[in-house]
Design a protein around this ligand. Structure first.
Ligand SMILES: [Mn+2]
Length: 362
């Protein structure tokens, strides 16, 4: 039985160096704990070319902790192309990690696995001309970075503005039983051309909206067959958490509605304050209090006041008071997240209308 771990889109960067390396260390630890033979890094290991150049030495040191028997292969993703100019990718030395830059693919035979590592390119349209050797006894894995053709229609959110299509026909041509994919930051697996095509999702929270727990994929092969694949969570990656806080007549009350214990120290938390407030100064004070209380407990805290609008005299308006009293009763009995979302939206709309009415512009 052979084991591999497939990770993608770690985006190691100078701007979040400590966090990136904490996640990388956990990945190495997962390789140790599961005694894997092969670590696959499916692109965007670094956030940009300059990040790769600056942080490769530190990455080499961390990668030295890989179990002795474990081989590791990384392909460049579109992010290693960012700000690259004419500089060569091949000269980046990742130590224990083999950096696959051969075109159109680089082939590795690693403990009985036949690996086709395809570095990122702006188009894979020429795949029909690739010379693919006849399959042998070993299971084949193909590693690529881009978006599976057809995924635009599956309702999956794009992680990038630029999209490079991978035709799953290429998996069939290679005869791969597993496609280790990167680029889409949410996890997604499907069976295509007799191949299990998998995006483990980004190994770290790279930007807002990446709500799910971050994970890598553990693979087991027996003979030529993929016998198991399983998600392993990366706890040091934390989560992205978005929370709307409706501000009422007494703005300070919001603070009692925040339970800081639900957040993990690795989380990226975004609080969206909504409603009406008497003055900008009150709004700023509320932001400061929230920052003071939550800021030190989480990796990153952002407080959005776009939907918290100042309206002097608002707390004395009968219309606003009546609306909020009624709304609070409904809110206390809201059962589902869907109902809560609807109530929050209704509240934003109603308070904006009240503000416009008071200011005389309907
Ligand atoms: Mn990425």
């Amino acid at each position: 039985m052979r084991k591999a771990i497939h990770a993608a889109d770690l985006h190691v960067s100078r701007s979040e160096q400590q966090y990136s390396f904490a996640v990388f260390d956990e990945l190495i630890e997962l390789c140790r704990r599961n005694e894997v033979d092969l670590l696959l890094l499916a692109g965007d290991l670094f956030d940009s070319y300059p990040d790769a150049v600056a942080l490769a030495p530190e990455l080499r040191e961390h990668a030295a902790a890989l179990p002795e028997a474990c081989r590791a292969v990384a392909i460049p993703g579109n992010h290693e192309e960012l700000l690259r100019g004419e500089e060569p990718l091949e000269t980046i030395d990742l130590g224990r990690i083999a950096w696959a830059t051969g075109s159109p693919f680089q082939r590795y035979t690693v403990c009985g696995i036949d690996l086709f590592a395809v570095p990122f390119r702006s188009s894979y349209a020429d795949y029909l001309t690739w010379e693919i050797p006849a399959a042998g006894e070993d299971p084949r894995i193909v590693m690529m970075h881009g978006t599976l053709a057809g995924m635009w229609f599956s309702g999956l959110e794009e992680t990038e503005e630029s999209t490079v299509a991978i035709d799953p026909d290429v998996f069939g041509r290679i005869g791969a039983s597993y496609a280790a994919l990167g680029h889409i930051h949410s996890a997604h697996t499907e069976e295509l051309e007799g191949c299990t095509a998998c995006y483990p999702g980004s190994a770290r929270v790279w930007r807002r909206g990446e709500n799910d727990l971050r994970a890598v994929q553990l693979l087991e092969f027996q003979g030529t067959a993929l016998t198991r694949h399983e998600r392993l969570t990366l706890t040091s990656a934390g989560r992205y958490r978005h929370l709307e806080l409706p501000v009422g007549i007494d703005p300070g009350k919001v603070l009692t509605h925040v339970d800081e214990h639900v957040f993990d120290s690795a989380d990226f938390v975004e609080l969206a304050l909504s409603g009406l407030i008497e003055t900008q100064a009150q709004s700023a004070q509320l932001v400061r209090k929230l920052q003071h209380r939550l800021g030190p407990r989480v990796r990153r805290l952002e407080i959005d006041t776009e939907h918290l609008e100042p309206l002097s005299g608002f707390a004395a308006l009968p219309l606003a008071r009546h609306f909020l009293e009624h709304w609070n009763r409904r809110w206390q009995h809201a059962a589902s997240p869907r109902e809560k979302d609807l109530l929050l939206e209704a509240r934003r709309n109603a308070l904006t209308k009240i503000k416009h009415r008071v200011e005389g512009r309907r």
